[in-house]
Design a protein around this ligand. Structure first.
Ligand SMILES: [Zn+2]
Length: 161
């Protein structure tokens, strides 16, 4: 279902909804996706993720939250991977909201713990592979765009110099 073609299309989609300026940085692309979805997207460093879990995405009723482990080798790689889950329509925690609506309030934290999508090195499901492909394609394209924008870079040089 999530073959390379659909992953490539998802990366194309992200760049298509981004403005020219946004398409130069991962943070810009995150902003574009958030705007396109009409949902705030928070990125947070989380030192308390379980061992082996490098990141996770929680889909709340009104917002998305992506966190990355403090030990994760690169923030960008982890965040791009989680963005892949979001853009590829992996439902993440589809039953989280339902569970929370059924559970008493003091159980909501537990529901989050049980139902959030956690991404670790041991994960090998199709969704994980697709999210990894997405992250590779997205970051590669960002890098190639960066190389193709010498004018922007020299402007920064002037501004900073
Ligand atoms: Zn994942």
């Amino acid at each position: 279902m999530h073959g390379p073609a659909s992953v490539g299309a998802a990366v194309d989609h992200v760049f298509a909804v981004a403005t020219a300026a946004e398409s130069h940085t991962l943070d810009g692309l995150l902003q574009a996706v958030s705007r396109h979805r009409g949902r705030p997207l928070r990125i947070i460093e989380n030192p308390d993720l379980p061992a082996g879990v490098f990141g996770h995405w929680i889909r709340f009723t009104d917002r998305d939250e992506v966190s990355y482990a403090s030990w994760a080798q690169t923030r960008d790689r982890t965040v791009a991977h989680e963005l892949g889950h979001i853009v590829l329509g992996h439902t993440g925690s589809p039953v989280l909201e339902v569970a929370q609506s059924l559970l008493p309030a003091d159980m909501h934290d537990l529901a989050v713990l049980v139902l959030q999508r956690e991404c670790g090195n041991s994960a090998a499901a199709d969704d994980e592979l697709a999210a990894e492909q997405f992250a590779s394609l997205l970051l590669n394209r960002l890098r190639s765009l960066g190389r193709g924008a010498p004018r922007l870079r020299s402007r920064w040089g002037e501004a900073l110099g």
